[in-house]
Write a protein that binds this ligand. Structure first.
Ligand code: HXC
Length: 258
């Protein structure tokens, strides 16, 4: 399918989705978020895809929700249209691993979009922020909840109340991003990470994603039970037999997602 605001490139079992509204620093409007969700859902059911990368440009991953689209809206319009609610649910339903490769600005909805991915690889020029407070509003795509879980209350409050940006080093120190690389190496690093993931059993990688996500949704006891159930159930797969046999035979495993 042809898209207006994103570019999708599928190669080597990886779907690379590039946000592409350069004139607006990839601001997230309804078209972009709808197209992104459609591309993600297509990748999720495409047997050739085993990992997804979402990226932007060197200047901006995304500078937030599109302010020009929101500026004239009333409470009633936002409430009745359930602004970006469906997109949020569609995104969260994607089973395959998603990496955010973030260079430049990841602000407001852009920071929130990065946090909706499974992990973030940041370029050394990345800047994260929740500056909605400067617009007289607050985060609306999960920022108050996810950023707080990532970096703790002190920094999350600081970011949401002052609207200040966090650079890549601080983001790594604070647990917001998993690694920081020079901006010119960002895509290669994200691709290499995606290729590593793509080598694994898809059943195991989707189970790992689901189990880690559960840590944010439930008590420790219930999360441990969920993990055990998934762990045990993986012993019904051919990939478990193959993975363990390959280790014993000192060879590379050939996973077949069965
Ligand atoms: C619409 C945006 C935009 C945005 C940038 N642009 N951010 N358009 N929505 N969020 C546009 C600018 O209007 C401008 O268009 C062009 O992109 C380049 O931006 P400049 O401001 O000229 O660039 P620069 O001086 O380099 O500053 C970069 C910036 C700044 C610091 C990132 O653009 C900025 O502060 N943007 C807004 C960040 C923000 O407040 N994000 C939160 C949005 S609210 P023209 O046509 O003038 O060239 C949000 C809520 C999410 O995200 C919840 C949803 C449910």
């Amino acid at each position: 399918m042809a898209f207006e605001t994103i570019i999708v490139d599928i190669a080597d079992n990886i779907a690379m989705i590039t946000l592409n509204r350069p004139d607006a620093l990839n601001a997230l409007n309804s078209t972009l978020l709808t197209e992104l969700c459609t591309a993600l859902e297509e990748a999720d059911v495409n047997e050739k895809v085993r990992c997804i990368v979402i990226t932007g440009s060197e200047k901006a991953f995304a500078a937030g929700a599109d302010i020009s689209e929101m500026a004239d809206k009333s409470f009633v319009e936002m409430y009745t249209s359930r602004f970006f609610e469906a997109e949020s649910t569609r995104f969260n339903n994607i089973r395959k691993p998603i990496i955010a490769a973030v260079a430049g600005y990841a602000l407001g909805g852009g920071c929130e979009l990065a946090m909706m991915c499974d992990f973030i690889i940041a370029a050394d020029n990345a800047k994260f922020g929740q500056p909605e407070i400067n617009l007289g509003v607050i985060a609306g795509l999960g920022g108050t909840q996810r950023l707080t879980r990532f970096v703790g209350k002190a920094k999350s409050m600081d970011m949401h109340l002052t609207g200040r940006f966090m650079d890549a080093d601080e983001a790594e120190r604070s647990g917001l991003v998993s690694r920081v690389v020079p901006v010119k190496k960002l895509l290669a690093e994200a691709k290499a990470a995606a290729e590593k993931i793509a080598e694994k059993s898809l059943i195991a990688s989707t189970a790992a994603k689901s189990a880690v996500d559960r840590a944010y949704e439930t008590t420790l006891a219930e999360g441990l039970q969920y993990e055990r159930t998934l762990f045990n159930s993986l012993f019904s797969t051919e990939d478990q037999s193959e993975g363990m046999a390959a280790f014993m035979e000192k060879r590379e495993a050939q996973f077949r997602d069965r």
